[in-house]
Design a protein around this ligand. Structure first.
Ligand SMILES: Nc1nc2c(ncn2[C@@H]2O[C@H](COP(=O)(O)OP(=O)(O)OP(=O)(O)O)[C@@H](O)[C@H]2O)c(=O)[nH]1
Ligand SMILES: [Mg+2]
Length: 449
């Protein structure tokens, strides 16, 4: 850091008419600039006190009346002096106020996420908490909101720290033995067990990425199977409204339909696919290809079989899903029962549902959720992102190499790998994050955050 940083200015509220609009200033000149806009505020305002103030233009003409808040460094979000002007939510007015602030030579417009970036650089929050801010803004399900809020409160930061601290002390012990063999004698004892324990912990955290992805993006679940199996009827039931056309004519659904629901707070995108016909020796190739494409993108595929489907046919359908997990259900169970075929459809405990009567649909919903999720509440997950997962994977790999080096190589090699693991892990918390990495992370933020 050289001379004092620029003071940042940005509108913190969305650029649309609303009840309130907020202009945010952060940096050494925040108070001076804030008082240019609101000259009625005392020169030494009480921090965290809401002043009712007139906001004025360069000639002193009153533009609005609103609240003026001052946060003194380091007790602010960014760790710098921060001023917030809460005006009425007129985009035109807010731009006049922003333009006036930007006329000051110490002020420049904030880039995306730059306030949060300063908070990170000033040690107010670690990187996982800074990222949770963006997650919270982007959250579009209750589970995503709750998980991001937990991240903001430090849920992931705590777990990363629980890994980082013992890793750092292990590294220090190993370096001690290497550099000061007399003083540090014996500090490398049990190093192999410590390395193994840390690798397991890194892998356990890495395993959370799948659940993090589900919470963040929501799950995708497709219904598929033969024509006329009752997929669209079931889809409508699950969605709770008549979204898909239903008809006794086979081949009613021609393209993929999507609907978003929220189940136990988890966002779920349901897909209804075109039913596929299968004549002996001939399959509707195009339809199958399209369905395969969809099935490859979902977290769970629900195979809906009509009562007349035999076990051989069911097995052929199961193959279509490839590597995607499949939940098999017997559809139109009201008919199936009348025909007496529901019970010999195959695997024990197979779910029987009827989109028409609603029978079994609630059980299907909860089964889908538990197949997607396993146990526990979606909101309680540590939001491990793809970025975190990449760094955790490299951490675990380095520790894996350290583990075998404990047996087959020298202490130098072990310590080198442990040091590398520490560096990779530091990318998660931010203790070893490069400028380029920070740029990439904060680009995802909105301006004013
Ligand atoms: N008895 C009974 N009839 C059903 C049930 N589900 C659907 N049907 C009837 O079966 C026919 C086909 O239903 P759809 O929901 O369109 O079936 P689909 O699998 O989407 O068919 P395609 O889109 O053509 O592949 C319609 O006449 C529905 O009313 C059910 O659970 N019980
Ligand atoms: Mg259909």
């Amino acid at each position: 850091m050289t001379s004092s940083p620029a003071t940042l200015a940005a509108l913190a509220t969305a650029p649309a008419a609303g009840a309130v609009g907020i202009l945010r200033l952060s940096g050494p000149a925040a108070l001076e600039v804030g008082r240019l806009l609101a000259p009625g505020v005392p020169a030494a305002p009480t921090p965290r006190h809401a002043y009712l103030a007139s906001f004025v233009d360069a000639t002193g003409g009153v533009l609005d009346e609103g609240l003026f808040l001052f946060f003194r460094a380091p007790q602010s979000f960014t760790g710098e002096d921060v001023v917030e002007l809460q005006a009425h939510g007129s985009p035109r007015l807010l731009h006049m106020l922003l333009a006036r602030a930007l006329e000051h030579p110490a002020v420049r417009p904030a880039g995306p996420g730059e306030f949060t970036r300063r908070a990170f650089l000033n040690g107010r929050i670690d990187l996982t908490r800074a990222e949770a801010v963006a997650d919270l803004v982007a959250a579009d399900s209750e589970a995503a909101v709750r998980a991001a809020a937990a991240g903001l409160a430090g849920s992931l930061a705590t777990r990363v720290r629980a890994l980082e601290e013992p890793l750092r002390s292990l590294h220090a012990d190993l370096e001690g033995v290497l550099n000061f063999p007399e003083e540090a004698e014996g500090a490398d004892e049990g190093a192999d067990a410590r390395v193994s324990g840390l690798r397991a912990a890194a892998e356990a955290l890495l395993a959370e990425v799948g659940r993090g992805r589900l919470v963040r993006r929501g799950a995708r679940v497709a219904l598929f199977g033969p024509v006329n199996a009752g997929k669209s009827t079931l889809f409508n039931r699950l969605v709770g409204e008549e979204r898909a056309l239903v008809d006794e004519e086979p081949g009613t659904t021609r393209d993929v339909l999507e609907a978003r629901v929220e189940w136990d707070g988890l966002g779920v995108t349901l897909l209804d696919t075109a039913g596929l016909r299968e004549a002996p020796g001939r399959v509707e190739a195009l339809g199958i290809a399209r369905t395969r494409e969809v099935l490859a993108t979902v977290d769970l595929a629900v195979l809906v079989l009509p009562p007349e489907a035999g076990e051989a046919e069911a097995q052929r359908w199961l193959l279509e899903a490839g590597a995607t997990a499949v939940l098999r259900v017997a559809g139109k169970c009201d008919v199936g029962r009348a025909l007496g075929v529901v019970d010999n459809l195959g695997t024990d405990g197979e779910l029987s549902v009827s989109g028409l009567t609603g029978e079994g649909v609630e059980l299907l919903r909860s089964t889908v959720l538990s197949r997607l999720w396993g146990g526990g509440a979606p909101a309680a997950v540590a939001l491990v992102s793809e970025r975190h997962a990449d760094a955790l994977r490299r951490t675990a790999e380095a520790l894996g190499r350290a583990e075998s080096a404990c047996r087959f190589s020298t202490l130098e090699v072990v310590s080198g790998e442990v040091g590398l693991a520490l560096e990779c892990l530091g990318e998660v918390s931010g203790t070893s994050a490069s400028e380029a990495l920070l740029d990439a992370i904060f680009q995802r933020f909105c301006i004013g955050k």
